[in-house]
Design a protein around this ligand. Structure first.
Ligand SMILES: [Cu+2]
Length: 66
């Protein structure tokens, strides 16, 4: 389980974009986004760095909290 902070998410469109980026890395990843706390939690066996990269390529800043 990875806990990213994506501080530049502002609306549901951003949430959808970030979710899509996560799914592009791992189709089977479980992703939950909480816009209120800017939290993106990802349950996947793929390394956290690949998600950070995908989030960045989607135009957002993903910062791993743990
Ligand atoms: Cu947005």
């Amino acid at each position: 389980m990875y806990d990213f902070k994506v501080s530049d998410m502002t609306c549901s469109h951003c949430v959808a974009t970030v979710e899509r980026a996560v799914k592009s890395v791992d189709q089977g990843a479980k992703v939950t986004v909480d816009l209120g706390s800017l939290a993106v939690r990802i349950d996947s066996a793929k390394p956290a760095t690949t998600f950070a990269k995908a989030i960045q390529e989607a135009g957002y800043t993903g910062e791993l909290r743990t």
